[in-house]
Design a binder for this molecule. Structure first.
Ligand SMILES: Nc1ncnc2c1ncn2[C@@H]1O[C@H](COP(=O)(O)OP(=O)(O)OP(=O)(O)O)[C@@H](O)[C@H]1O
Length: 293
């Protein structure tokens, strides 16, 4: 990490999300966090702790019975403008999503329209936000994003069923970066993929972040993976963020007993561990360093 953190791009304050079912479930409780420009913030915690609910609420994608009971979510635009996300109407939200903040879900590869080519789907998203783009610009941008995620631009003419799962997930990541958003939220984006493909895609995400400087909220229950790729990590337990620290700080000196328990539950973290994605990672001890790759 650098000594002075980059300015914030997103601030979540005191966020509470409740599922209004017979016995209401408070899935996120008074959560607060600041995401800095260009940082990778990992969100860790066991299944059911509220990670996905938090991510959906930030993007206003939550649906009834989920309800934001309290809190503030502020997007700090590159232009200097602060946007109160909870105050946006539907039209403003549609303009905001993909453009300023995009999201890649677990299994997002199945979200591609089966009857549209990759070209058509990238074009539709581009033109919805940039209606004045020429055909040539649309084609150029579509080729560029595919190249960036390691997919041959000749695949623009392919239908989703003609692509492997890994390739479809890469296309979804390309879609998420199409409009150069300032934030990407990734919820278990590689869980459905085999380990080698996962690693390739994660390396790409870290590299692209270094190049393009978007911030990432990366959600997974895989803490060892988060230690490799995150600048900071927030640990969630029963809807609350119980600890938030740099990856190195968390690894070396976890404060909350639950974080220590979580760290202890991954044998790979106490023993030898190879193939860290970050450079500057102490592979013999398996510990992340303070540096950012
Ligand atoms: N539609 C719903 N109605 C009622 N309760 C729900 C609903 N969706 C989620 N919950 C509850 O909210 C809590 C948080 O769920 P959430 O999916 O956000 O957790 P998560 O940490 O993302 O889990 P996972 O890693 O399994 O996706 C859980 O207790 C869950 O049972």
């Amino acid at each position: 990490m650098t000594a002075t953190p980059a300015p914030p791009v997103l601030t979540v304050e005191d966020l509470t999300v409740v599922y209004e079912v017979d016995e209401p479930v408070t899935a996120v409780r008074n959560a607060g966090l600041t995401l800095h420009r260009g940082e990778i913030l990992g969100l860790a915690g066991e299944s059911g702790c509220g990670k996905t609910t938090l991510a959906y609420a930030v993007n206003r994608l939550h649906r009834p019975p989920a309800r934001i009971a309290s809190g503030r979510i502020t997007f700090h635009d590159r232009s200097g403008e602060d946007v109160d996300l909870l105050a946006l109407d539907d039209r403003e939200l549609r303009a905001f999503r993909w453009d300023k903040l995009s999201m890649v879900f677990q299994g997002a590869m199945n979200a591609l329209n089966p009857v549209g080519t990759v070209r058509a789907q990238l074009r539709d998203t581009l033109l919805a936000h940039r209606p004045r783009m020429s055909r040539k610009e649309v084609q150029g941008r579509s080729e560029e994003v595919l190249r960036r995620v390691g997919v041959d631009p000749r695949r623009l003419g392919s239908y989703p069923h003609e692509l492997s799962g890994g390739m479809r997930q890469r296309v979804m990541i390309a879609m998420a970066m199409l409009l150069e958003p300032q934030i990407m939220i990734m919820d278990e984006p590689t869980t459905a993929l085999d380990v080698v493909v996962q690693r390739d895609i994660l390396r790409e995400i870290v590299r692209l972040r270094d190049e393009l400087d978007f911030a990432v909220v990366f959600i997974t229950h895989d803490l060892p993976l988060l230690l490799e790729i995150s600048d900071r990590i927030a640990v969630m337990l029963d809807g609350e963020i119980v600890e938030l620290d740099t990856a190195a700080g968390l690894y070396r000196d976890a404060k909350h007993p639950y974080t220590r328990k979580l760290l202890g539950s991954f044998p790979s973290l106490s023993g030898e561990r190879g193939a860290f994605i970050r450079t500057g990672v102490d592979q013999t001890a398996g510990a992340p360093t303070e540096e950012r790759a």
